[in-house]
Design a protein around this ligand. Structure first.
Ligand code: 5GP
Length: 176
C-alpha cells in the first residue's frame, strides 16, 4: 500500500452515499426507477447505493470500453448492453467517475434514444477541471482534482478495485 495515499475514506464514502440515497428516495418516492451501473468501475458504488435506497427499484448493468486517443478525442465501445427495456422508465445511471466526460456522454446519448421518462446521472467522483460537458451531472459524490485515483471499484491495470476507499497514486518510482 505504500504507493497510495488516502483521498476519500470508506467512512466518508458511506456517509455521502446515505445522503445520495435519501435524495433519490425523495425524488423517486412515487416511481419504480431502474438503476443502471456502468461496469466495471461502478460495481461497489452501485451495491452500496442500492443497499441504502428504500424505494422499490430495479437494476441492470452496461459494460463499455473506452479508448482515449488524445485530450479531446476518443472512442467508446459497447461490450454489454442492458437487458431491460427502459422506454418510458425513470432511469438512474450510476457511474464511478466522470473524467473527460466521453463515457457519460456516450451513455446519455444511447439511453435517450430509448426515450426514458427521465434520466438522472449519479457519479461518485467528478473531475470538473477536466470534464467538457454540455449537460450537468445531476448528483456528484465528490469533486476531485485532475489526478489519477484508484480503489472502491476504480482500477490501475485492473488492480486495486477491491480497496474500500479512494486513493491517489503517489508520484515517484514504484517501491520494491
Ligand atoms: P471519461 O470517459 O469521463 O474520460 O472517463 C471515464 C472512465 O475513465 C471511468 O469510467 C474510468 O473507468 C476511467 N477513469 C477516469 N479517470 C480515472 C481515474 O482517476 N482513475 C481510474 N482508475 N479510472 C479513471
Amino acid at each position: 500500500m505504500e504507493r497510495f495515499e488516502i483521498l476519500i475514506s470508506a467512512q466518508q464514502i458511506a456517509s455521502r452515499i446515505k445522503e445520495i440515497a435519501a435524495e433519490l428516495d425523495e425524488t423517486f418516492k412515487e416511481e419504480v426507477p431502474i438503476f443502471i451501473g456502468i461496469l466495471n468501475g461502478s460495481f461497489m458504488f452501485m451495491a452500496d447505493l442500492l443497499r441504502e435506497v428504500k424505494m422499490d427499484c430495479e437494476m441492470d448493468f452496461i459494460k463499455l470500453s473506452s479508448y482515449r486517443g488524445n485530450e479531446t478525442s476518443g472512442t467508446v465501445r459497447l461490450l454489454k448492453d442492458i437487458s431491460a427495456d427502459i422506454t418510458g422508465r425513470h432511469v438512474v445511471i450510476v457511474e464511478d467517475i466522470v473524467d473527460s466526460g466521453l463515457t457519460i456522454k456516450f451513455i446519455k446519448d444511447r439511453m435517450m434514444e430509448a426515450d426514458p421518462a427521465s434520466l438522472t446521472i449519479v457519479s461518485l467522483l467528478h473531475k470538473p477541471d477536466v470534464a467538457k460537458l454540455d449537460f450537468a451531472i445531476d448528483i456528484v459524490g465528490f469533486e476531485i482534482s485532475p489526478e489519477f485515483v484508484v480503489g472502491y471499484g476504480l482500477d490501475y491495470d485492473q488492480k486495486f478495485r477491491n480497496f474500500d476507499g479512494i486513493y491517489r497514486l503517489k508520484e515517484g518510482p514504484e517501491d520494491n
